[in-house]
Design a protein around this ligand. Structure first.
Ligand code: GRF
Length: 220
């Protein structure tokens, strides 16, 4: 078990991305294990998912801390005690301090429900609809000091369809999140992530130079 990548997964809510990681691990398709799930929200449904899977959980309710620094100090302690190698933000709705970024330098990743650098921040499905883009998607990226600005590891492109609402678009995007987050973690588990400044290269990937998407589709 010791050669498995140890994940510390941070959540605030439903935890469907956490569930997808759990499912991939249980299928045996990820050389990783979750050593701890931490939630800042005691009501997060993701905690129930983790408990069902027998994964240790911690609740750090941010409202009970004096400030961001104190919260992050405890978060660092809990994650280090659990031996986490890679910190996986899965719907974690807190901004992390510089101290946290330093403690896990280059070892923190996040998933965001838009095609970064378009639409960072929150309510991004509605923003994508309002802007009128024909494609949105999701992005797994390294976490840096900005909001959703870190180097990009993998993205999935999702079409915006006529009649879409923020909810229908969000659920189409979420399906792809559940594919790309486990994939990104597998890249780390297999030691295939090479970061050169902003550019992240993944070793041994197939590349398809003819891949292009059109939305609406081209007339036949
Ligand atoms: C996802 O859309 C993720 O991209 C965003 O927050 C949502 C979390 O969903 N950061 P879940 O808690 O994993 O279901």
């Amino acid at each position: 078990m010791s050669d498995l990548l140890k994940l510390g997964v941070l959540i605030s809510g439903s935890g469907s991305n956490l569930q997808s990681i759990i499912d991939h691990i249980e299928k045996g398709s990820l050389g990783a294990r979750i050593s701890i799930v931490v939630s800042n929200n005691p009501e997060a449904y993701g905690l129930t998912r983790a408990e069902k899977a027998g994964i240790p959980c911690a609740v750090l309710d941010h409202r009970t801390f004096a400030g961001r620094e104190a919260f992050d100090r405890e978060l660092i302690r809990v994650l280090k005690d659990a031996g986490a190698d890679l910190i996986v933000l899965a719907g974690f709705m807190r901004i992390l301090t510089g101290a946290f970024l330093q403690a896990f330098d280059q070892r923190i990743i996040n998933i965001h429900p838009a095609l970064l650098p378009a639409f960072p921040g929150t309510h991004v499905q509605q923003k994508a609809l309002d802007y009128g883009v024909k494609f949105s998607g999701c992005t797994v990226h390294f976490v840096d000091e900005g909001v959703d600005t870190g180097p990009i590891i993998i993205q999935a492109v999702v079409p915006v369809l006529p009649g879409d609402t923020a909810d229908t678009l969000a659920s189409r995007i979420l399906k792809e999140e559940h594919k790309i987050y486990p994939q990104a973690i597998r890249y780390f588990a297999e030691g295939r992530v090479v970061k050169n400044g902003r550019r992240v290269e993944i070793s041994s990937v197939r590349s398809d130079d003819g891949a292009a998407l059109h939305n609406p589709p081209l007339d036949r």
